[in-house]
Design a protein around this ligand. Structure first.
Ligand SMILES: NC(=O)c1ccc[n+]([C@@H]2O[C@H](COP(=O)([O-])OP(=O)(O)OC[C@H]3O[C@@H](n4cnc5c(N)ncnc54)[C@H](OP(=O)(O)O)[C@@H]3O)[C@@H](O)[C@H]2O)c1
Length: 280
């Protein structure tokens, strides 16, 4: 199988490149192809002769999207559609990485794949619009929604917490947003399996279990053996430019239908901390 990974230089792209063995894989970052450039996108997908194109490229700064909506829509919606049209023209299957932020967070039970999109932020709107455009252009595509990514090789929540905890006696962390932390290595493995199983439609893929950012931070500090006190605060106390869903837990039912189970987030965090230690 020939595979083209767009966004190969990102937090998820790096483990995707590392974990994918046994197939012919080419990975590209924004320097190789800007997905806003439709002609270049087509050229790259045509040249790759890929059976699968995995689209992990995005403008992922959720707060930055609020102040740069034109850029956010150009990359996340229009860029994704360029890739879908390219894939459609050359007959490549497409797997797109979606986000839990397409939901408004008003549910209190895990979101199913058919639940209504109602994004609250610019970033969420760009990802929701991309999904709709992709399903229209390439109805057989696979949309893998995930959430709260962490991994070695880029900015992520556990890395920020560990850096702050090293120099502060206490940290205030929001306790009114609940979701599923997801280790990029586990997500990469699930994505590879989904491609091998010819997946299509919407699939939710996160580590299992859920927590608030406060609970996540408390576990990070405890696992790392740091004495830092972690204190719960409300989102109102820590106002950010982009609103976040209060609840964005994604149901694992769609992933189970492919026979895939992802480990619990605490287990994943332990492996991340090991990997981070050996990387430094
Ligand atoms: N991070 C999360 O918590 C999270 C949660 C849910 C869903 N997701 C989704 O998961 C996917 C991967 O996220 P990530 O955290 O790995 O992102 P990331 O670390 O920010 O990496 C983004 C990737 O996109 C590339 N890129 C950015 N602008 C581009 C452009 N105009 N043209 C081509 N490539 C461009 C970057 O290339 P360069 O580095 O070469 O510039 C990089 O490879 C994204 O679709 C994101 O929306 C992420």
């Amino acid at each position: 199988m020939k595979v083209l990974i767009l966004g190969a230089t990102g937090l998820l792209g790096k483990p995707l490149m590392r974990e994918w063995s046994g197939d012919e894989v080419v990975g590209l970052g924004s320097r190789d192809v800007d997905i806003r450039d439709e002609a270049r996108v087509l050229e790259v997908i045509e040249g790759s002769r890929a059976d699968w194109t995995v689209l992990a490229s995005a403008y992922t700064d959720v707060d930055g999207c609020e102040s740069h909506p034109d850029l956010a829509f150009a990359v996340n919606r229009d860029g994704a559609l360029n890739v879908a049209r390219g894939a459609q023209q050359v007959g490549s299957k497409l797997l797109f990485i979606g986000s839990d932020y397409v939901f408004d967070g008003r549910k209190t039970a895990p979101y199913d794949i058919g639940d209504q999109r109602n994004p609250q932020s610019v970033y969420g709107r760009t990802k929701a619009d991309a999904e709709l455009g992709l399903l229209h252009t390439l109805p057989g595509c696979c949309i893998v929604r995930t959430s709260w990514l962490f991994g070695v090789g880029g900015n992520c929540f556990p890395d920020t917490i560990l850096k702050l905890a090293a120099s502060r006696p206490s940290l205030d962390v929001v306790n009114d947003q609940r979701g599923c932390p997801t280790y990029t290595v586990d997500l990469a493995r699930a994505i590879i399996e989904l491609c091998r199983k010819d997946a299509s439609g919407i699939v939710h893929a996160t580590n299992s279990g859920d927590c608030t950012w406060f609970e996540f931070a408390r576990e990070i500090v405890k696992d790392a053996g740091l004495p830092t006190e972690v204190r719960p605060v409300s989102s109102q106390q820590m106002a950010r430019p982009a609103p976040r869903p209060a609840y964005s837990v994604l149901s694992a039912t769609s992933l189970r239908q492919y026979g895939i189970e992802m480990p619990g987030w605490q287990n994943a965090l332990g492996r991340y901390l090991q990997e981070r230690k050996s990387a430094t």
